[in-house]
Design a protein around this ligand. Structure first.
Ligand SMILES: [Zn+2]
Length: 144
């Protein structure tokens, strides 16, 4: 019976794994992997406010609602994911992983790009919205 309930819960959420998130962060579970050499913005007291703002602007820019972010996990880590990857959305884990090393602010990381992957998938970047990040990047900007 328990497995049936879990299956029903997954089906109700579009099959995505649901992470217990922060209601003040649109239900997103934010994980910061502490490591030496992390940029200063990661330990800023307003980091969660920055993440919230980036999520709000990204969702709005892509025509989605922040309510759709519930259950998503976002991991900020220092290192790149591989020699060429600075971010990824992993649908099987319903998790965005973003490298923060080499960036002076959250808005310059791959977070908005990965949020679009979260909303529309499209691993091969065929949607025209991949080419129109300019206005979003300007609105997010760097607070530093
Ligand atoms: Zn991509």
């Amino acid at each position: 019976m328990r497995y049936v309930l879990i299956a029903l819960a997954l089906a109700a959420c579009g099959g995505r794994q649901q992470w217990p998130g922060d209601p003040a962060l649109y239900g997103v579970d934010l994980v910061v992997v502490a490591a030496p050499g992390m940029p200063a913005f990661v330990s800023a007291p307003d980091l969660r406010d920055q993440v919230r703002r980036d999520l709000e602007l990204s969702a709005r820019y892509f025509g989605h609602d922040t309510d759709e972010l519930i259950g998503l996990r976002i991991i900020l880590q220092n290192d790149w994911l591989s020699w060429e990857k600075i971010g990824a959305y992993r649908p099987d884990e319903n998790t965005i992983v973003v490298a923060v090393r080499d960036f002076s602010c959250l808005g310059a990381t791959a977070l908005p790009h990965e949020v679009l992957h979260y909303f529309i998938g499209d691993p091969n970047h065929l949607d025209p919205r991949w080419l129109t990040f300019g206005p979003l990047a300007q609105s997010i900007g760097c607070a530093l």
